[in-house]
Design a protein around this ligand. Structure first.
Ligand code: PLP
Length: 449
């Protein structure tokens, strides 16, 4: 397939898009980034602080149930949360290996190790399933607002959910999160998996009684087909990664949670001490919700960058072209599979590219091969294992000061050397805990061109 006309024009006009078409690593700086106060009011109309607080409240209500069913959450009282860890040894290794200069502190937000689903999808995915379960149970009069939600573990409630289906399209991890939680609640579950999805993720789901439907096509097709099948069945609910607000809210909650952790670590975030976040990005749902939550809390003092594979910069292109979800990476001649299976989305979420259009600072692209190098480095320096997709975030601190346009961004926003020295950079680790040992061995020994 050739390059489409609109893409050709973008490629001719701007080196960044030429790099993208050439599958070279690059960074796109958001041309429509705005000071937070200019977008605050309009954003509140769509997703308000109250909506995010409501999601956090609901998660607290379900905490006793989660704690009862998943003992691994006992320590956090049934909240699904992950550590925030300083990774000084990794920082040093990145600087030495890549000749990078990484000012300030470098932290890892370890959603790779979230309980239950072992990926960032445990935030949005599990939240949306719980919300749906609550809606159904309240409507049926099985549960009342005043009840302890441990009630959701009772047999009659589980049997009731057995008359309902939950469906989702996934590159793997969303399917795991939705599948594990829905099956646990008693729902019938169908997961529509794209071609990039890993076999072990399909196997794990099937072992939990989830029906896995496989597609030869990319992620967008799996979503389309899942949505179609679900719409035909009145007892079926579709978790729509491309448009879901509950999913988005579950991710946005991460900001308030991490603020507590930063406070506990005595890390200041203000104009003189910026926070810079790097989040691996697929369809945009998880990073989009995280970005939104952080901007609402910290405004202009937080700078959020997404990181996408050179083969799948779908959110970057959706925003940069202003065609939103009406882009496909193949419009730029990008076809093929990615080793970053969790990020292999050819078209972005129409919701996220719109709501974050003026909030996101920029978007890095990263080659598959280097993900495995970052992965080994993190294992060797910090003894932490995260999956290759997750490692996309490390390209950002390595390259932030190397790209001319990134430096121009820093200058424009008065992120001086002094402020950067006081900054906190956070790489978001998005998946890994459930990866089986034999797959780890394979990853550790994967060397790509
Ligand atoms: C899903 C996923 C992401 C990105 O989330 P999107 O909502 O698809 O943008 C990042 N890393 C991993 C490991 C994932 O599974």
């Amino acid at each position: 397939m050739g390059i489409r006309e609109y893409a050709k024009q973008m490629i001719e006009k701007d080196q960044v898009f030429k790099d993208i078409a050439d599958q070279k690593e690059t960074i796109w700086i958001n041309d429509k980034y705005l000071p937070f106060e200019m977008v605050d009011a309009v954003c509140q109309l769509v997703v308000s602080d109250g909506d995010i607080a409501d999601a956090e409240r609901r998660l607290h209500k379900f905490a006793p149930y989660i704690k009862k069913c998943f003992p691994e959450t006992a320590e956090s009282g049934g909240l699904i949360e992950s550590p925030l860890k300083e990774i000084s040894a990794m920082k040093k290794a990145l600087e030495e290996t890549y000749g990078a200069e990484i000012p300030g502190r470098l932290l890892l937000k370890m959603d790779s190790h979230l309980p239950i689903a072992g990926s960032v999808k445990a935030r949005g995915g599990i939240y949306e399933v719980l919300k749906h379960a609550e809606d159904l149970a309240l409507e049926a009069g099985l549960v009342t607002e005043g009840d302890s939600y441990e009630r959701f573990a009772d047999d009659d409630v589980r049997e009731f959910f057995g008359q309902h289906t939950v469906q989702v399209g996934s590159t793997g991890n969303l399917g795991l999160s939705i599948g594990i939680m829905s099956a646990f609640l008693g729902f019938k579950v169908k997961v529509h998996m794209s071609a990039d999805a890993r076999q072990w993720k399909k196997d794990m789901l099937r072992s939990k009684g989830v029906e896995v439907i496989e597609y030869e096509d990319d992620y967008s097709k799996a979503v389309q087909e899942g949505r179609r099948q679900s719409d035909m069945d009145p007892t079926s609910y579709f978790v729509d990664d491309e448009y879901s607000v509950p999913l988005f809210l579950g991710y946005a909650v991460a900001a308030g949670r991490m603020k507590k952790q930063l406070d506990e670590m005595d890390i200041t975030v203000d104009a003189g001490h910026p926070l810079i976040l790097y989040v691996p990005c697929g369809v945009g749902g998880a990073p989009g919700g995280i970005c939104y939550g952080f901007k609402r809390l910290y405004g202009d003092n937080v700078h959020v960058f997404f990181c996408e594979p050179t083969l799948f910069p779908s959110v970057l292109l959706g925003m940069a072209s202003d065609r939103y979800n009406e882009v496909n990476v193949s419009d730029f001649g990008l076809t093929g599979m990615s080793a970053a299976d969790g990020l292999a989305c050819a078209s972005p979420s129409g919701f996220v590219v719109r709501i974050d259009r003026n909030l996101l600072s920029g978007d890095f692209t990263v080659k598959d091969a280097i993900l495995f190098d970052y992965m080994r480095m993190l294992k060797n320096t910090e003894d932490i294992f995260i999956e290759p997709s997750s490692c996309a975030a490390f390209t950002a601190p390595v390259n932030l000061l190397k790209y001319d346009n990134a430096r121009a961004y820093l200058e424009k926003h008065e992120l001086t050397a002094e402020k950067l020295a006081n900054s906190t950079q956070v790489c978001w680790a998005t998946g890994g805990r459930l990866v089986p040992d034999e797959i780890w061995d394979k990853y550790m020994n994967t060397y790509m061109e």
